[in-house]
Structures are given as C-alpha cells and as structure tokens.
Design a protein. Structure first.
Length: 654
C-alpha cells in the first residue's frame, strides 16, 4: 500500500494538475516563512515558535508537521526593541535554498488521525495549505492519507485513491473556505476589498465563540472567539433555492452586524445550514449554467452540511444533492467520479490559475448526475410536496432521485456500470424540510439533503460484482465490457427426466451483461452467459441493440421446451441508448489525456483551440510581510509541484 501511494497515486494526481493548470509565477525562490511566537513590534520577532526557528504546515492529532529547513525563509529575532523601532541583539535564522522553479510544495503524510474513517467508511484523506505568495496563492500544503482507509485490491479502488488525491490537492490549491476571501480578478486586484492600512486585514471579518462540547453553544460576535467568519462578497453569496428564500436568511453574509447568537447557531453546518450559499464568480456561473442547462442559474451551490464539529458557516465542497459523483462533492460515490468544468472554473476565478477545460471529463446527457437536467433540477427540492420527483414531472424517469413509489425498486445507474436500488427510510426525518413523499419518508445521505437516490453497492458493480445464484439465473456476467441493462430474461433450469422449469419474473430488474459495440458505435451486441461459473468467455449473443427502448428476446428460447439448460425464454431485455453505451468516454484525471487528445472512435483526433498564454494587464498584488515586491509576470507557465514525502510517517503503512 505504501508503495502505491508513493509511486502511483500521488504522482498521478500531481501530473493531472500539472497538465491541467497554468499558474501565475510565484516569487523565486519559493520559501516558507518561519513561525514567530511573539513580537516586540510589528515585523520585529521576539521568540520563535519552534526550536531552531522552524515552521509547521498543519498538525495531525496535535503533532505539528514541520516544513523541511531547505524550504524556509530568513527570520531575525531580537533580544529587545526600543520605542523608536530600533532593535538589539539580533539572532539570524538563515534562509534555505528554496525552489526557483516550483509553484507549490506538498507535504504528504499517511498517519492515523481522529478525523480519519475506519472500515471503509468516513474520511479517506484531508488537506490544507499553510503559506501564500504575494498574490495570496497557496505555495505550501499538506495532504494526510488515512492509512486504515487505503484499499488497492482492485483497479477501481486504485483509481478511486487517485481521485481522492486529486480531490485533496484541489482543497490545497484553491477550494477551501479560507481561500474564498483571497480570490483575485484577472488583473491581480482583490475581489474582496482589503484594509488600505494593512493588506492582511479584511473589513468583512468577525470572530465568534463556538463549542460542541455538551451541545452546540454559540456566542456571536466575540472578539476573542475561537472561530472567525469572513464575508466574501462577489465570491460567495446567499441565494434562493430548494424552497428557501434568501430574504429570510439571517446568517452573517451581508449583515454581519445584525446577526445574533441565535441566528448564528442556526447558520452553522451542524446540525443544519439555514441558508443557501452559492459561488457567484463569473466563470463558475457560466459553467454551472452550461452544465445544468439553465440560463438563469445565479451560481453553483455549496454543500450545506458539514462534517467534524460543524462550527463553520460555509463548506469547501459542491452540493452533493445536485452534483453527485463529481470529484469535489463531500462523499465519493459507487461509480467513477468525474471532474466537471465547474470545478476548473473555480481555479480560473481565483485569479491564480488558468485551467485547460479539455481536461474535464467528457460529458453526455443522461450519463452524469444532473447534466443538462434543467433549472428545476438545480434549484428546486428533489421531491415536491406531492411526493413526486420534481424535475421529472411529465418526463421519462431517470436514475437521479427516486420517490416513495420506487421504494426497493431496482434500476441501472446513469453510467450503466452499476445496478442500483431506491432505498427510502420510513422513520421521521431529522428536519421537516427533508421529509419527502409523505410525512416520514426520506433518503439516507444528509450530505444529499436526505433526498432519496438510486444507490449502488460494490457487489452490484458490473465489472467487480459478485457472481451468485441470482446472477446465474439471470445469465449475468461481470467483466470490464459489461453494462447494466433492464431485463426479465430468465434461464430455464433442467430438472431431469426431460423436465424443464422456468422461474417467471413479472417485471424487469437490473442485470449486468457483456456488450460489444459496432465499429461505427451506432449499435451494440448483447451477450448472456452459457455456463454457470461466471466465465466471461462462455457467452452467446441475444441480439443487437440499435435504439433506446428496443427489446430483445432470446432467439434460442424455443429450446427451453426441450432439455436445454442454456436458453432464456422468459421475458425480454430492454436496450439502452447506443449513443451512451458506445460513447467515447474519457476521464482525464485517470487517463491524463485531454479531450483534445482522444479519438472519436473512427481514429480521428478531436481537436479544439486551447489558450496557451496567461497575460497579466496589471499585476498589482498585495504582499505578505517581509516579501519583496516581484516584477509582475507577463505570462504563466504550467503548474510545477514538488511532493515531499514525510518518510518516517509513511513507515506506519504496512
């Protein structure tokens, strides 16, 4: 496991972002500021925080993770200072060599932490950034992988771990609540105004006290509080959606001075968020409108539930309810995650990066959650007051949300790679707004606003699923070229003495079958198993699918009247759309190939114009203390990342 994280997962994740992003150059060489515990005067350090004048980048269960000395900047401490600013008895902690051609240093550890999950459930990894350049772009970060959560037993598990590393790198690079107020315009000026007297102070910050020990307790405001809320107008704002009116929001956004302690307690992410928050920067709005197919959408909704202590107002993920499966929602799904252009747009709107949008997952309507599903999907409740799936009224149902009438029903996942089931809880929902289809019906995921969704399981995966008596009866096969189709085909069973028994099935269920697409990708053949051992090569064709909704019956069904045990006379199979089944699929975060580099299936490379330079009209960035002013860049280069493995911590992985 250690070797895979070190030699495969982390390098692949870094390679993805290096290929995807261009970055404004940091000052050269890149170094981290040493930690000063106390000052005589502003900028005049009295004592260092750590022996030797070191600096940490976060901590794991209270143990600081130290930045290697070669990355540290110079720091001078003084034995005393006079009121005129003159200081005496200097001690110099020298600068390390730093890096002259690097934009980000990532420390990677693999250490158990109280935030880590267990038994495959919970947090896989977490990340943070700890240093910034003159334009507030993160330059040092930490990723901790929870060793007890590492699974490399299948290719899917390995790819999921790579996706987790990309997810955590995204947090370190751009996607976190602490970074929203630091975003900049393309010309380098701050999106959120700064204090003219001190560029590190923002006029939209208020401290408050929050504790969850013995129950949630909030005092807002409190100057010595342990939490700080910072408004980011023009970046994150309150919106009206899912039945909530922004005019009723009493959270501090836009009204910091009039928010009370009671109001603040209702705003926190645990037990619930009482307002809808969206990222409203221009490129994010543009890409969100395009993704959902909604020209009036006013932003991309942030997750309204938080993990951990829940003492914060904003989240660092997209809303799970409407973007299930995207790499930057809080909980990974049961199928391959995808990278949307919405996430790449956040990088661009930060003012620090220019993304290559061809490195987002190639999208198809009907295959990815919420894609082109319209305004109602993006902004309304998932289930209306009558218990019907809101956005599907008057339309053919899809495998997005399900309602009470679908309880325990089976269907195929949107990408056709997994069998899924509608699971609805029948006890009282945690909050009235999360009850759907009746007074006591709701889904399981609080991140998904308890919306009932079609859920899969590893045993139902069409590549990795478990072969059992039911799958034998259905003629299923689990293989890399298998997909999920709705079917009522049933194998006839030879009972001996010339008798054959057919077990009828009154309705279709989801089943995994091997398929083979034609050369022109306009049709595909469907195969059923012949043997009983799940051998993917022991198959025969049922027929060829040319259109969605077409039905196939077993051409050998007549033989079930004799003693054959290999026919499927009972029922029929319904074809999925060949345009989806045979589509050219590309997950650039796994393939490391852009959509401009893949074939359309005919051997033709799909090409489009890609911007290669990142110009700066007026890079008037504010600088951190003790940073010298660097010449403004005129162009950007591909992101350069150095990964430092904290080897003594990695040794705990067995």
């Amino acid at each position: 496991m250690r070797d895979f994280v070190r030699t495969d997962a982390v390098p692949r994740a870094v390679s993805y972002w290096q290929k995807t992003l261009k970055v404004r150059r940091a000052q050269a060489p890149i170094r981290a500021g040493r930690s000063c515990r106390s000052q005589w005067l502003p900028g005049k350090c009295a004592r260092v925080r750590y022996d030797g004048g070191g600096a940490s980048c976060g901590s794991i269960d209270g143990t600081p993770i130290m930045i290697p000395d070669e990355y540290l900047d110079e720091l001078i401490t003084y034995g005393g200072c006079y009121t005129d600013g003159t200081c005496i008895y200097p001690t110099v902690y020298p600068a390390g060599t730093g890096y002259s051609d690097v934009d980000m240093v990532i420390l990677v550890t693999a250490k158990p932490d109280s935030d880590c999950g267990s038994n495959g459930v919970g947090t896989f990894a977490f990340a943070l950034s700890c240093q910034r350049d003159q334009c507030d772009r993160p330059t040092f970060g930490l990723i901790n992988v929870c060793p007890q959560m590492i699974d490399v037993t299948s290719q899917f598990a390995k790819d999921e771990l790579v996706g987790t590393m990309i997810h955590e790198l995204t947090h370190a690079l751009v996607f976190s609540t602490s970074k929203y107020p630091l975003f900049r315009y393309a010309d380098g000026s701050p999106r959120v105004p700064r204090d003219p007297a001190d560029s590190q102070l923002r006029p939209y910050s208020t401290r408050y006290q929050c504790s969850t020990s013995g129950g949630l307790s909030v005092t807002y405001p409190k100057s010595s509080g342990n939490y700080m809320y910072t408004d980011a107008p023009g970046v994150v704002e309150v919106s009206s959606a899912r039945g909530m009116n922004k005019e009723d929001c009493k959270c501090p956004t836009g009204r910091m001075s009039s928010t009370s302690s009671d109001d603040m307690q209702k705003c926190l992410l645990k037990p619930k968020g009482s307002c809808v928050y969206k990222v409203v920067t221009p490129k994010v709005v543009e890409k969100a409108r395009d993704y959902f197919g909604c020209s009036t959408l006013d932003g991309m909704e942030l997750e309204n539930h938080g993990s951990g202590q829940g003492c914060t107002v904003l989240e660092s993920h997209w809303e799970q309810r409407i973007l299930e499966g995207e790499l930057m929602v809080p909980v990974t799904g049961f199928s391959y995650n995808f990278m949307s252009e919405i996430t790449l747009a956040l990088f661009e709107d930060s003012g620090w990066y220019l993304p290559d949008y061809s490195m987002a997952t190639k999208m198809y309507k009907g295959m990815f959650f919420g894609y082109k599903q319209g305004c109602s999907f993006a902004e309304d409740k998932c289930i209306n007051d009558a218990g019907a799936v809101t956005f599907e009224n008057g339309r053919e149902k899809t495998s997005h949300f399900c309602s009470a009438e679908d309880d325990d029903e089976h269907r195929c996942s949107l990408d056709l790679k997994t069998k899924v089931q509608c699971t609805i809880k029948h006890e009282k929902a945690p909050c009235p707004q999360y009850q759907y289809g009746g007074p006591v019906k709701h889904g399981k995921s609080f991140y998904g606003d308890y919306c009932p969704i079609w859920e899969g399981a590893s045993a139902w995966d069409c590549e990795l699923g478990r072969f059992d008596d039911m799958s034998r009866l259905n003629g299923e096969l689990f293989a890399t070229d298998s997909i999920c189709l709705m079917s009522s085909l049933r194998r006839s069973q030879y009972l001996g003495g010339g008798k054959v028994k057919i077990i009828p099935n009154p309705k279709q269920i989801s089943a995994c079958h091997r398929v083979e697409c034609s050369a022109d990708r306009k049709s595909y053949a469907v195969f059923v198993a012949v043997g009983y051992d799940g051998n993917s090569n022991d198959v025969r064709p049922v027929g060829t699918c040319y259109t969605a909704g077409q039905t196939l019956k077993d051409p050998n069904g007549e033989y079930s009247k004799e003693v054959s045990a290999y026919s499927y006379e009972e029922g029929y199979l319904t074809c999925a759309d060949p345009a989806l089944v045979c589509a050219v699929k590309n997950y650039p975060h796994l393939s490391l190939q852009s959509n401009n580099e893949i074939s359309d299936g005919s051997g033709t490379i799909i090409c489009s114009a890609v911007e290669t330079r990142y110009t700066s009209r007026n890079m008037s960035c504010y600088f951190q203390p003790d940073y010298s002013v660097a010449a403004p860049p005129t162009s950007a280069r591909p992101l350069s990342v150095v990964v430092t493995l904290v080897t003594y911590i990695f040794m705990i992985i067995s």
